[in-house]
Design a protein around this ligand. Structure first.
Ligand SMILES: Cc1cc2nc3c(=O)[nH]c(=O)nc-3n(C[C@H](O)[C@H](O)[C@H](O)COP(=O)(O)OP(=O)(O)OC[C@H]3O[C@@H](n4cnc5c(N)ncnc54)[C@H](O)[C@@H]3O)c2cc1C
Length: 319
């Protein structure tokens, strides 16, 4: 069935984010003869529309009033875009902005939202799949009302490539907001973010000391600093061994890499909620009964102090 799909875009450095391009790629596959549009709001939106591969139409406003995502202002613009696009499906990134906008947009339109989806397919109607019970099961939903709204994890679709939107429609400038953003703090992490990295090496409490994370960084560097980033369990973060910005899990970040290497992490459900969508999980743990082995495709039972340096050596040799 054909669908008119609106992607709620986000921007970084004057271009649509990689997740926005992935949503556009997914929308192209699902539209089945319908239209794919993107909404881009804030400084540089018109220029970013030209880079929004996969969208035929862009709804934009360059008004700086949209630069910080304030739900009231964004929702007014998004509702206008939904109406003008005739959208029966709205895709939003499972980002901090998306987590706020998805449910609010659904409430305004008296429709349903499927949060944190990792797969959307057309199987006699759209089916939205997301992890449930802390990642221990997958739940599939269909939405009976329109528009069907979904927030989608990064890396759930292949990014769209090619030309950006040729048809650009202006949306009104940002209206008044009862919310005021008083300051911003930049995340500590420099370089590749764990949510973007194709490979995440995460360390847990079993590293025994903050110095253990040096070994995690060495492993990430050996894999390639352009593709691997270092994450941590909450236990390790709570001990002050690694910054909170790198925490993976229910109360941390959700990562969806091609490869997730869990070192000295037990695999508690709250941790797995943040990484169970990884394509391949490798676990290194000295306890053969550790929960993490139930999720891992490859497991190494052993002391990380012996295993990780050996792995680093082998990776260096293989390069
Ligand atoms: C509401 C709530 C939210 C939470 N949110 C999160 C979250 O977002 N993220 C998160 O991670 N946790 C979260 N937790 C905490 C979670 O329940 C676990 O306590 C935590 O994930 C455990 O971290 P860990 O696996 O590093 O430590 P542990 O459970 O202590 O596991 C350490 C592991 O290291 C292994 N080990 C020890 N020494 C070695 C060695 N030398 N070599 C190899 N292996 C070794 C052990 O066998 C063990 O499996 C949350 C909990 C609650 C209640």
């Amino acid at each position: 069935m054909a669908h008119n799909i609106l992607v709620v875009g986000e921007m970084a450095d004057g271009a649509p984010t990689s997740t926005t391009l992935e949503l556009l790629g997914g929308a192209q596959g699902l539209a089945a003869g319908g239209t794919v549009s993107v909404a881009l709001l804030g400084t540089g939106a018109s220029a970013a529309a030209a880079k929004a591969a996969g969208a035929s139409k862009a709804f934009v406003s360059d008004d700086a009033g949209y630069d910080a995502v304030k739900a009231e202002q964004w929702l007014a613009a998004l509702e206008a875009a939904v109406d003008q696009a005739g959208a029966d499906v709205v895709l939003i990134a499972q980002s901090s902005a998306g987590r706020e906008l998805g449910p609010r947009l659904a409430a305004r339109r008296k429709t349903a939202v499927a949060m944190d989806c990792v797969k959307i397919e057309d199987a006699g109607g759209l089916k939205f799949t997301r992890p449930a019970y802390g990642g221990n099961a997958m739940a599939t939903y269909s939405v009976a009302t329109s528009p069907a709204i979904a927030t989608v994890r990064a890396k759930s679709f292949e990014a769209a490539t090619g030309a950006g939107a040729s048809d650009v429609v202006q949306l009104p400038a940002a209206g008044a907001s009862r919310t005021n953003i008083t300051g911003r703090e930049k995340a500590v992490a420099a370089g590749l973010q764990i949510t973007e990295a194709p490979v995440v090496v995460s360390g847990g409490r079993g590293l025994g000391a903050p110095e253990g994370f040096k070994a995690m960084e060495e492993l990430a560097t050996a894999i390639g600093s352009e593709k691997a980033a270092v994450g941590a369990s909450r236990a390790a973060v709570d001990l002050g061994w690694y910054p909170p910005s790198q925490q993976v899990g229910l109360t941390g970040k959700v990562v969806n890499p091609d490869l997730y290497i869990a070192v000295a992490i037990s695999g508690a459900s709250q941790h797995m909620a943040g990484c169970s969508g990884s394509k391949t999980i490798v676990a290194i743990n000295r306890d053969k009964d550790a929960n993490i082995f139930g999720f891992a495709k490859y497991g190494i039972v052993g002391d990380w102090k012996a295993v990780v340096p050996a792995l680093v050596e082998e990776i260096k040799k293989a390069k």
